[in-house]
Each structure stands twice: as C-alpha cells, then as structure tokens.
Design a protein around this ligand. Structure first.
Ligand SMILES: [Mn+2]
Length: 472
C-alpha cells in the first residue's frame, strides 16, 4: 500500500501510531501501528498486516512529490464533493432562514474539518456540559463517524472530546489542549472545535494562545459581548451575526455543520438542544424532553452515566447509553426523582421579595443540593425552579440561585423584554470590579462569578434591589 505519512502519534503503551493518507481512486485514511520508524511528510510503500506496518520502502523524492500533489488535489476535490449544497430545512421558518443565511459559512468550516480528518490531523472538541453543548458534540461525532466510514477508515480520527464545565476558554485550557496535540506530529495544523461557550472576554487570552497551535471552529449562540475576540476567527459562527439570536442553539448549529457533509439525521438531539436551552423552537415531544433530561443528568454527574471517576463523558459513551433502553428508563427515573426532591426543598428554603406586581426569589443552593450526586447543577436547577415558580406566582418572577462564588439568575421571556439582564450584570461588573470575576450568558439566563464568596451578600443585595425596582 502506497501512503503519505500524514501524522504520527508518539509512543504510548500501544507503541507508535501513524495516520496514513492514501489516494488510489479515492482518498482514504488509516490508523496503523508500526514497529518501523516512519517519518511524517514522507511517502512510503508499505506492507500492512492486521493494522500493523510490517515493512516500508521510502519512495524517491520526485515520485513522492507527485503523489503528495495528487493526494492534496484529491483531498480538496473530495472534501468539496462531501458537501450538501442545499441548506437543511427543518420546517420552522425563522430557524430555516437563519440556516440558509449561514450555510455558506457552515460549508467553509465543514471543508476545514473534512480536510483535517482526511489527513489524520489531531482534533480537540470542547463542548459545554449541558444538554445543548453535549447534543451538539453528539451530532458532530456521528457526522465524523459517518465520514470516516466513507473514507474506508478503520478508526474514528484522532479526536479528543472534552466536556467543558466553564463558560470561557482560558489560557489554561489552551495550554492543556496544546500539550494534548503535542503528542502528535502532523502535516496539517491541528483543529480545535468549541461548542456552546459564552462570549466572555475571559476567553481572549485562551483564543490568542490556541491560535498558534490550532485552526479553530467555534460554534456558539450567546449574545456577543463587546471586546470578545472570538468573532475575528475565520470559522467563528454565531446566529447573532446572522440576524438571529440565542433561540438558534449551539447544538442545532453543530448538527447543521454535521448535516452539511453527512447524512446524519438526529432531530431528537436537535430538539433536546432547544429544550435544554429554553429555545422558542422547542417542541414538547416526549422523546426529546426525556433526551434533554438525560443529557442534563449525564453532563452533571458523569459517574452516573459512564461510571467514570474523571469528570468526562464522551459522545460515544452518550450514544451507548441512548442505545440501552433499560438504562435510559432507570436514568430518567433517577433524574426526575432527584430534581423533584430538590425543587420541593427549594420552595421551602427560598426567600421571597415582593416587588410591585412581581416577585424576586433568592435561594442558597447549599440548602437543597444533594450529598451523593452533582445532579442537578445549580444553573439548570435555577431554570427548573423558575418554571415551577411561574406556575405558582405568574410570569413576573425572577429567580436568583447562589452557591459558593456563583450566582445564577433566571427570568421569564416576557420579563427579558423589560429587564436587560446582561446590561445589569455588566453594570455590576464595572461597579464592583474588585468583587466580580466574570459574568454573562443569555437574555433570560445568566450568571456571575465572584472573586470571593464573602462578597456575595453585597452583590445579591444589589441584584435584588435592581430587579425589585424594575418590577415596581
Ligand atoms: Mn447553549
């Protein structure tokens, strides 16, 4: 077999591994082990037995150059041939209009992704740990899997899936990711994909650092904060830049990226992203509601889903759980139970501030959180608590849930029109710069991180007062 040594994964327990790109009639990529040392960038004629290179003859310079040129040409033309030229149509007008506007940009990003996969380049995907972020990661995973199959590949690509528990991409994250891809030598620059992070300026250092090591595809749907540098990335995509808003979820956008180059069809996952993020495109189908609930559980408490003690869950593990009907039922029962208990406890423990024709509720999450499980996480809990409170007290309801140095704020859609939540937060950030480390989110769901939890009462008072006067 004639092949281009496109990438090497340096010695691990399983020995040296190479990603070899070949072109015969079509491009294919193979992950092979080899006892023989191969050099990245060279073309070799190899004898391969059961995924192991048993002999390799290096091809002469001229012939190699010719082969590489032909391969590169084929990569470009075959990547293009994968693209679905027509924008996907979901059947929801406003949503579909946005998809159509973004399709060219989605296709440009898809070409980058396909190229990296065809040439065996290392890929790091970081996704937010909620239903939206994880459904997006799952859709991309399935699209990549289908492409690798088409390429006749025996592997899933050198992709690292990282569940991300924060809302910004820090310099530390960039260092970690760079170390990860330093395990590889690759002819192609590695790829970093970000799904459903915020647009906080806290990400700027991380972005600048990551740009050295990676090409970046960044999929998000948070309102864009002034000074956020992600928007200048070539493959930064956000519906806010195309006349839409947060209702167009990052998970749906990731699915669109997947649909742009594969035949994946995962409408339940797409719906789960809408439900998880309270998008107006959400429908109330039971399967999607259950899926969102389980994604929420799996990304809150990874032990429950994968049995793993590290704080990770991969799309593959998520897929395995969704294939297991009994496990699904069991997890659903568990999640409903836990959530119900926590909501009942919350209704007892919260403080109510009456204000004009509405109410501001404040809850210390320490009073409701469970000892044995991380589920539900405070942010998502705050959303569910708001649902419950709106049923009891009506739409003019604001919920503030705080734990440690974190404060989560939730308000209903109607109030979101009247109260500028993000402006309130940036105002508090600038007035209490020494107390507040960061904050942001969506119009009706946002959070604040304090530098020190002792500053909490000051900021809570300030928030409650602001909302009370807005409701008066
Ligand atoms: Mn989201």
């Amino acid at each position: 077999m004639l092949g281009y040594i496109a990438c090497e994964k340096h010695a691990s327990e399983s020995g040296r591994r190479y990603y070899i790109a070949s072109v015969d009639k079509r491009v294919s990529v193979h992950e092979l082990q080899s006892g023989i040392v191969l050099k990245v960038g060279e073309v070799a004629d190899m004898i391969v037995d059961k995924g192991v290179v048993s002999s390799a003859a290096i091809i002469e310079e001229d012939e190699a150059q010719e082969y590489i040129a032909k391969l590169q040409e084929s990569v470009v033309s075959e990547a293009k041939a994968q693209l679905n030229p027509k924008p996907y149509v979901r059947g929801i007008d406003a949503l579909d209009r946005t998809t159509a506007k973004m399709w060219k940009h989605i296709a440009t990003a898809a070409l980058v992704l396909i190229r990296k996969l065809m040439l065996g380049a290392p890929v790091v995907v970081r996704f937010h740990n909620d239903a939206d972020g994880s459904s997006g990661a799952y859709c991309i995973y399935r699209a990549m899997e289908s492409l690798m199959k088409k390429l006749g590949s025996n592997h899933e690509g050198s992709v690292s899936w990282i569940m991300h528990t924060g809302v910004s991409y820090s310099a530390n994250d960039a260092s970690y990711d760079t170390l990860l891809v330093n395990n590889y030598t690759s002819v192609e620059k590695p790829l970093l994909m970000i799904i459903d992070f915020g647009t906080s300026t806290d990400s700027n250092n991380g972005i600048r650092q990551a740009e050295n090591a990676f090409d970046i595809i960044w999929l998000d749907h948070h309102p864009i904060v002034e000074g956020f540098e992600g928007t200048r990335l070539k493959n930064y995509m956000n519906p806010w830049l195309f006349g839409s808003d947060s209702n167009y979820t990052a998970g749906f956008l990731a699915s669109m990226l997947g649909r742009s180059f594969s035949e994946i069809n995962l409408p339940v996952m797409e719906d789960a992203s809408f439900i998880g993020d309270y998008s107006e495109y959400a429908t109330a189908g039971k399967q999607a509601v259950d899926t969102a609930m389980i994604l929420d559980l799996l990304t809150s408490d990874t032990r429950i889903g994968s049995g793993s003690f590290h704080n990770r869950i991969s799309p593959k593990e998520i897929g395995n759980i969704f294939k297991n009907h009994e496990k699904m039922e069991e997890l659903l029962g568990y999640a409903n139970n836990k959530l119900g208990e926590a909501l009942d406890a919350g209704l007892d423990a919260m403080r109510r501030h009456k204000a004009g024709n509405g109410d501001v509720f404040v809850l210390d999450f320490e009073k409701v959180k469970s000892e044995e499980s991380k589920y539900p996480l405070p942010g998502r809990y705050a959303s569910k608590l708001l649902d419950r409170l709106r049923e009891i007290y009506g739409p003019n309801t604001v919920v503030i849930v705080h734990v440690g140095a974190y404060i989560s704020i939730r308000l209903g859609k109607e109030l979101g029109e009247r109260i500028d939540l993000l402006a309130t937060i940036s105002d508090i950030k600038s007035r209490y710069e020494n107390l507040v480390e960061g904050g942001g989110g969506h119009r009706c769901a946002a959070s604040i991180k304090l530098r020190d939890k002792d500053a909490k009462s000051t900021v809570l008072k300030e928030l409650a007062a602001t909302f009370k006067s807005a409701l008066a």
